[in-house]
Design a protein around this ligand. Structure first.
Ligand SMILES: Nc1ncnc2c1ncn2[C@@H]1O[C@H](COP(=O)(O)OP(=O)(O)OP(=O)(O)O)[C@@H](O)[C@H]1O
Length: 563
């Protein structure tokens, strides 16, 4: 996990060296103070004290100045690692793990865990070093003094183990619930209009409070733990001070140690106690890190898609073949043994009732999922052998909701293009799809701002923008997943015409319920419950394929109901 987190080792080494120096300087504090308090007027004692404070100030500043950047660089690197992983992980992972829930692994978990981890890496060994040298110095005064420091060690270890386990559990709970609350809010904020349409604000307020209350419960558990830590920690600290005082005073009275050694020992026992607490804190922070990173570790272990550049790049043509392809989402069968051919440069419609496997067919072609049986070939080559980047670069995908990120119209149209394009190129593409007529009415033109999901545009405008984006991309195969389903009849007709006029020679696959489209396409695939029931053009299927006739009847009645 640490290896995968890409920690900034050079920063950590520098901060470690600085912290080590800080501890080394701190080791001289008790003897310097003891020298001053013994009433000595020796110039050397004063000079040592002055040197100590100058050095102390320098190393303290350097320690603070270097440790923070090391933490922030680590947090930034880890955020990048997780985001990269989220982008490359296989889609199956997201079927079981809500991606919105994972957002907080980047915004929260990673930042805190990497900060703790850097703190541990930088501070743990120097603290141990400090303790060893301090104990050796004390033992040189008197062995009983050293033993007095160790008397409570078993209690301290028991305390650390017990609290550490508790810490792990509570932190895991907190971060899981932060994820839950983030996911809840992200989903609701995206669909505010749905909430308003159903005037469901009151219920959503309650749902939000419930998610927030879960986090509150987890935080209260942390609070309880902190109370125990403070209480037990203070008790142990007090017991330690009493033991030290008793041992010191007895030995001083006996004349076994000098007053100077007693002062130095007393100061050492204080700083040693802090060092012990720090070691316990480091241990607890490690347990906290473990608790925080459970979800991140699971994500980082998830299987990734193939390297986009690895595989064959010699795609010859765009004919697509499904040969006895089967696919299930977990136990749920989506496609069973389907075989068909999609000819190059032609338009194929995929139709079927809800849940018949249309979108799954497109997903297999894009290799969002791999089939469990059979083969998908593109240009005669199994898709699984093709470089993922090359394959996806050949395929354009226009989805139901016209997916658009926020930004300017220019950014939306050029999204995903790797080469620089001029405004003139964009306008040329927009003329082709008819989006230019819309653009001209907007004063800011290509600088017009687009809301997330393109909600600041009408459905037809959004689809025209996406078609312009696809035209610019220039892929040879274009998949359309119900491109007109969200549009009224006039806009649907306009988008349909644009598809045929803009991409006349491309290999087009259109998932649709739109009857008028079926008569225009070259081939229709009829799916029913994941099985291919028919394949042919409108004339070939009409009156001959039962499933096709049933679908026509359903689409007809839907159309009439809509009118
Ligand atoms: N991510 C998923 N996880 C689990 N099951 C899924 C997933 N996506 C689809 N399914 C299931 O697989 C089957 C085929 O779904 P698919 O989305 O391919 O159908 P569709 O024909 O495109 O449906 P629609 O017309 O409603 O969009 C359905 O039973 C569906 O419930």
């Amino acid at each position: 996990m640490i290896r995968k987190m890409r920690l900034p080792w050079h920063w950590i080494v520098i901060a470690f060296a600085c912290n080590f120096l800080y501890n080394k300087v701190m080791l001289t504090l008790p003897t310097v103070t003891a020298g001053l308090m013994s009433g000595s007027t020796d110039n050397k004692v004063l000079w040592d004290a002055l040197m100590f404070y100058v050095l102390f100030t320098i190393v303290l500043c350097a320690d603070v100045a270097l440790r923070s950047p090391a933490r922030h660089v680590a947090a930034r690197n880890v955020r990048r690692v997780i985001w990269k992983k989220m982008l490359h992980v296989r889609m199956e992972y997201y079927d079981q793990n809500d991606p919105s829930n994972l957002m907080s692994t980047i915004t929260n978990d990673a930042t805190l865990a990497s900060e703790y981890l850097v703190g541990f890496l930088v501070g743990f060994l120097p603290t141990i070093y400090y303790m060893v040298v301090a104990l050796r110095t004390i033992s040189s005064y008197n062995i009983w003094l050293m033993l007095s420091v160790f008397l409570l060690l078993p209690v301290k270890i028991l305390y650390a183990v017990f609290i550490g386990k508790w810490q792990y559990k509570t932190q895991f709970g907190v971060f899981q619930r932060i994820g839950g609350l983030t996911a809840y809010l992200a989903e609701r904020v995206r669909n505010l209009t749905l909430i308003k349409t159903y005037t469901n604000e009151e219920n959503e307020l309650e749902n939000g409070e419930r998610a927030s209350h879960h986090l509150f419960d987890a935080n209260m558990k942390v609070n309880k733990l902190n109370c125990v830590i403070t209480g037990l920690g203070t008790l142990i600290g007090m017991a330690q001070t009493i033991i030290v005082m008793v041992f010191g005073v007895v030995l001083l009275k006996k004349g076994t140690i000098t007053i100077q050694q007693w002062v130095a020992f007393y100061m050492f026992s204080g700083t040693l106690s802090t060092a012990f607490s720090n070691v316990i804190d480091y241990w607890m922070q490690l347990k906290t890190i473990q608790g925080i990173l459970v979800r991140t570790a699971k994500l980082l272990r998830a299987p990734e898609e193939d390297d986009p550049g690895k595989g064959r790049t010699d795609i010859q043509g765009t004919e697509i073949c499904f040969e006895q392809v089967s696919f299930s989402y977990g136990d749920k069968k989506a496609l069973t043994d389907i075989s068909f051919k999609i000819p190059e440069g032609k338009t194929t419609a995929v139709i079927g009732l809800c849940g018949s496997g249309k979108s799954t067919t497109l997903s297999l072609l894009e290799r969002f999922y791999e089939p469990q049986g059979g083969t998908v070939t593109v240009g005669g080559i199994p898709a699984s052998q093709l470089a993922l980047g090359g394959l996806r670069g050949q395929i354009g995908y226009v989805q139901q909701g016209a997916d658009i990120f926020s930004g300017t119209v220019r950014e939306a149209i050029t999204y995903g293009l790797h080469d620089a394009v001029s405004d003139a190129d964009i306008w040329k593409a927009a003329e082709k799809t008819g989006f230019a007529d819309i653009l001209r009415k907007w004063d800011a033109g290509l600088d017009t701002l687009v809301a997330p999901g393109g909600t600041s545009m009408s459905g037809g405008q959004r689809q025209k923008l996406v078609l312009t984006r696809e035209f610019m991309r220039g892929a040879d195969i274009i998949l359309f997943d119900e491109p007109t389903s969200a549009l009224d009849a006039a806009a649907a007709q306009m988008v349909q015409d644009t598809i045929f006029e803009t991409f006349p020679d491309k290999t087009k696959i259109i998932v649709t319920h739109d009857l008028s489209l079926l008569e225009r396409v070259d081939q229709i695939l009829v799916l029913h419950n994941g099985v291919l029931e028919g394949c042919g053009n409108y004339r070939e299927l009409y009156g001959k394929c039962e499933a096709f006739m049933e679908l026509i009847a359903v689409c007809q009645s839907e159309k009439e109901a809509a009118q």
